[in-house]
Each structure stands twice: as C-alpha cells, then as structure tokens.
Design a protein around this ligand. Structure first.
Ligand SMILES: Nc1nc2c(c(=O)[nH]1)N[C@H]1C(S)=C(S)[C@@H](COP(=O)(O)OP(=O)(O)OC[C@H]3O[C@@H](n4cnc5c(N)ncnc54)[C@H](O)[C@@H]3O)O[C@H]1N2
Ligand code: MOO
Length: 405
C-alpha cells in the first residue's frame, strides 16, 4: 500500500496553476493573487496627524504646563482632505484634524484635550514630546515594498492593502473548473424517494459543495449508473474542458466497479491502494485529453476524507495558492479508540475547548465507519493518527486538520 504522503505528491504532480486574469479589487474577494502587489508610493503618503489638535513647533511649547500655559496664534485650520502648503512660522500654531497632512515647519501635535480648543488663539497646558502624534510618511510602506505576495488569498485586509497603495486592478488566477460525477446504480437524485436498495446520491452533493467552497466553479453531473460505456461517454464529454474531474464510487474490487472498468484502457490512469483508513482505494491520472481525474471511493466518509487530504490541496495548487493545507491544531484525545495497523487513520472529530485544553471527541460515538454520513456533519476536523499507532488513549496528543470552513 502506498503511504498517504506519497499519494498526495502523486496527486499534486497532476496539476499546475490555472491561467491568470485581471480582476477589479472589488470583485476579488477570495481569489488568489497571481502577481505580487508592489508599492509605488509611501504609506502613509505624507506625514499626517494622529490626533485632532494643534500642530506646533516643539520649542514654543516645551515649557507648557498646568501652571505655565503657552498661548499661540492659530494661523490655519487643516481638516482631513485639505492641506496647508506654506511653512508654519515659529511662534504660531495650526489647528489640525486626524489624518490631515502636517505642514512644513511644525514638528509636534498637541491633542485638543491638552488645550482650550481656541480657533483664533490656542492655550496649551501640556507640553508635547518632540514629534508627538505625527504618523510619518513611509512608516508602513515605501516604494518598491512588496505589499502582497503572489499566492496570497485576497481577504478584506488584503483588498484594503491593495487599494491603499493605489492598485484597483489585480492579477489573479481564474477559478478552476471542477466536474463532479458520482457512480452507482443504487443512487437516486437529490429529492427523489429511494426504493429499498437505493440511496440518495449524497456524494455528488458533498464533493460539489466542497469543491465550490475550495474555490472552484463546479459542474455537478450527479449519478451515473454502473455502466462503463455511459460513464466513459460522460468523462469524454468533460475531458479537455474541466481543470479537474472528480468521481466517487466504483474503485474497489466489486463486480460492478464502474470507474475502474470505464478507465481500464486509459494508460494515464492508475488505481492504487493507499495506506489510510478510510479512503484506501483511489484512482488518479489523466484522461486522453489531458484532464486530471481523481477517483475517490464511494463510502461517504471516505469521499469526504480523501477530498480533504488529496483533492483540496490539488485545488489549492490549481488556484495558485501558496498554502495548500488546512490549518492544524493539537488536541487531546477525550476517549479511547482502536486504529488499523499500518494505515494512517483520519478520524472525524468534534473539538471541545475546556479551559486551556482542546479535546477531540469522535464525531460518531464508537464509530470510525466510512458509511457514517450523518455523523460526519458533526465533525469539525480530522484527527490524523499515524500508521504506527494502534490505539488512541484518552489524553494522547493528536494533530487535527480543521475542516469547517
Ligand atoms: N472485498 C472488498 N470490498 C471492499 C474493499 C476491499 O478492499 N475489498 N474496500 C472497501 C472500502 S475500504 C471502500 S472505501 C469501498 C470503496 O468502494 P467503491 O469506491 O467501489 O464504492 P462503491 O462500492 O460504489 O460504494 C461504496 C459504498 O458507498 C455508497 N455510495 C457510493 N456512492 C455514493 C454516493 N454518491 N452517495 C452516497 N453513498 C454512496 C455505496 O452505496 C456503498 O455503500 O469498498 C469497500 N469494499
Ligand atoms: O477505505 Mo474505505 O475508504 O475504509 O471505507
């Protein structure tokens, strides 16, 4: 059996980042930046006041105190959005608002609370420290500084940073196109009443939603029956068009394992057994037209787990993201369970914070079965138990991949 890490590399080797395009920053939330954002200006753009108050020459006010007030004439009033372009002479002050440019000459700002708030003359009762309350040009960014690096997800703060340095059109990777196909003659479409022996096709819903959440544009084909010719035709229809095709089911050793049968003559596709539980049977490769295909097992927990461990990182690579992996936390096992020898176990868990202790509980009490689809909905993460471990004991430290966003 192939180790998880080795299979992950083989999956990642199938994909490269999708092409880039220009996107207005207002449309770019959640996109991945493809080119660094480099500043051509300073931030702050100019020295500006951090307080509503009075800009002064420090030397004029150094002696100010409650018993020794200093009064200066106010020669200008600078609101944010305006500027005062002539140097301020010694022995005078300007009223200034937060964010307004500090004019030449003055070197300190006295907050209005330390004055009488006058508009013709101002009386200052507390001496400022030299340079007080001035936000200096370039304190944040200088021309040539890399503000955002390629591979970064554009969230609210990243969008604000780009706008602040004057970049309103960004180069991002377009969204990858994923096609999701589930297989199995037992499957009925969403909303249809299953007869005995039939079940709703939950995997195409799960995988389409997961791919969408990971940033793909998704075509959910739905369920294809266990007929290799039908499946081969569906695969061919999307080959060359999609960036990634996902199938579920039909990859183990059953008599009707349709994915294996449909791809049996595809030289670019192989079926392997990965040393993990759940998720052992996996298919991967390229279709004749070059489209990467990942064939996941049909058990719903297996489909979920292997989406998280293999497919999501591949989607992140397609998207050009720098970080391919989910955040991981360390949690303490709250209970005992057995794990299969020689296979990495990925146990769906809920996480409970008790004081400083983060506890991992199995999402389904007593269960690690790959059919426990409803229990999966409770899971907040997957505890990764190494292949060398045979049982988890209460109090054991576990690495947990968080899967809830
Ligand atoms: N003799 C063996 N049998 C099985 C082995 C094995 O090594 N030897 N491996 C088991 C493991 S592990 C897994 S995982 C499954 C994988 O099987 P397939 O990928 O071929 O999946 P199916 O047989 O098509 O389905 C398995 C299971 O999942 C249900 N299913 C399938 N598709 C969906 C869907 N779209 N929505 C909801 N549920 C779905 C299906 O009804 C089955 O119950 O094989 C084991 N067997
Ligand atoms: O590997 Mo299967 O995915 O254990 O249920």
């Amino acid at each position: 059996m192939r180790p998880v890490i080795e299979h992950r590399s083989a999956v990642l080797d199938l994909v490269t980042p999708v092409p880039t395009e220009s996107r207005h920053v207002l449309e770019a939330l959640g996109d991945v930046l493809a080119v660094d954002v480099v500043a051509t200006c300073t931030l702050p753009r100019w020295d500006n006041s951090a307080m509503d108050g009075y800009a002064v020459h420090h030397a004029d006010t150094a002696a100010a105190g409650p018993g020794t007030p200093v009064t200066l004439p106010v020669v200008a009033d600078i609101a944010a959005g305006t500027s005062h372009d002539t140097p301020v002479a010694p022995g005078t002050a300007v009223r200034i608002m937060t964010g307004a440019p500090v004019p030449a000459g003055v070197d300190s700002v006295v907050p209005v609370e330390h004055t009488d708030g006058g508009t013709e003359h101002v009386t200052i009762t507390t001496a400022p420290v030299l340079g007080a309350h001035i936000r200096r040009a370039g304190e944040d960014v200088n021309p040539g500084d890399v503000v955002l690096t390629a591979g970064t997800f554009l969230g609210p703060a990243e969008m604000a940073a780009a706008v602040s340095v004057g970049q309103s059109v960004l180069t991002v990777h377009r969204r990858p196109r994923a096609v999701v196909i589930s297989t199995g003659t037992e499957l009925v479409p969403v909303g249809a009443e299953p007869a005995h022996g039939q079940i709703p096709d939950s995997n195409s819903v799960l995988l389409a939603a997961a791919a969408h959440r990971a940033g793909c544009t998704v075509v959910r084909v739905g369920a294809v029956p266990d007929d290799p010719a039908v499946l081969a035709a569906v695969l061919e229809a999307h080959d060359g068009d999609a960036d990634l095709i996902l199938t579920s089911g039909g990859v183990s050793v059953g008599a009707y394992d349709v994915v294996k049968q449909a791809l049996a003559d595809s030289p670019g596709v192989e079926f392997v057994r990965v040393a993990m539980q759940p998720g052992k049977p996996q298919g991967l490769g390229r279709l004749a037209g070059g489209t990467p295909v990942l064939c996941l097992p049909g058990n719903p927990v297996s489909a979920h787990v292997t989406f998280e461990v293999f497919v999501r990182p591949a989607i992140m690579r397609l998207r050009g993201a720098r970080d391919l992996d989910r955040p991981q936390v360390t949690a303490v096992a709250a209970e005992h369970w057995r794990t299969p020898a020689g296979r990495t176990q990925l146990m769906p868990v809920t996480l409970v914070q008790t004081g400083t202790r983060l506890e991992a509980h199995r999402a389904v009490a007593g269960g690690s079965g790959s059919h426990l689809v409803a229990g999966l909905a409770r899971a907040e993460g997957l505890a990764v138990v190494p292949a060398t471990t045979e049982q988890v004991l209460p109090g054991d430290r576990l690495t947990v991949m968080r899967t809830t966003s």
